[in-house]
Design a protein around this ligand. Sequence first.
Ligand SMILES: C=C1C[C@]23C[C@H]1CC[C@H]2[C@]1(C)CCC[C@@](C)(C(=O)O)[C@H]1[C@@H]3C(=O)O
Ligand SMILES: O=C(O)CCC(=O)C(=O)O
Ligand SMILES: [Fe+2]
Length: 266
Amino acid sequence: MDAFFKLPLRKKLALKRKPGDLCGYSGAHADRFSSKLPWKETLSFTYDHGLDVVNYIKSFMGEEFQEAGCAYQTYCESLRNLSFIIFELLAISLGIDRYHYSGFFEDGASIMRGNNYPPCKEAGLTLGTGPHTDPNSLTILHQDQVGGLEIFSNNKWVAIRPRHDAFVVNLGDTFVALSNGRYRSCLHRAVVNNEKVRRSLVFFVNPKDDRIVRPPSGLVRGEEAKEYPEFTWSDLREFTQKYYRADANTLHNFVQWLYSVKYGQL
Ligand SMILES: C=C1C[C@]23C[C@H]1CC[C@H]2[C@]1(C)CCC[C@@](C)(C(=O)O)[C@H]1[C@@H]3C(=O)O
Ligand SMILES: O=C(O)CCC(=O)C(=O)O
Ligand SMILES: [Fe+2]
């Protein structure tokens, strides 16, 4: 990732994400937003179980990234396996079939994202990533030793101390619906500093695009008891990529959009 973000801007822009697509390079999301631009660059690609990551990275970034491709291949496969273990633990904690969620995500496709946060002379006047809950289902993050990830807990921002030997795991909005509201998604942000570049690797786990997101029957007592309408990850990704910058209220606004646009019920 270091080698990529040190490339000349014209080479990075050659991999610029296409409008509405999550994958590719983005510089401060300057092509998407006209205010409150995040102080960061990102490089994202979709990972599904069958992807030959090495060839994908080489074709996408160049032959010189063969070694990076091998590292990403191992990393993505390992995090996919870890996600299934986490989903089993979540199912057990909810008292449902322990394989319910891992089965639901078996044919899913995740997003691998590298975040590069350059130092900022006026670090207090900007944010690397603004306050948000992740719209996806589950996030497995590794931050470098610089520090900058914060969660909102007990009405204050709390720094998450970097640990080189640990991942940060948080639930996203889609899992709120999959658990029928029994779990909440974690509000977090990334701050920057005026001295050092900061990097994080983020693995966003998602179900297959068109798989219907609904809670297991064991978590729903009667039709009225469903907390959220049914939707797909494809719907929520479209909402965040085309109509709404994910923030602390994405799920609420997404449901309004679903009813008005998708179901025409408002
Ligand atoms: C589905 C996604 C949209 C974002 C990347 C993944 C999960 C987190 C989302 C994001 C990081 C939340 C803050 C705003 C955002 C625009 C960003 O700063 O990158 C979001 C991502 C995105 O829309 O690219
Ligand atoms: O870089 C970080 O520590 C947080 C990044 C993040 O929240 C995201 O990319 O969704
Ligand atoms: Fe996030």
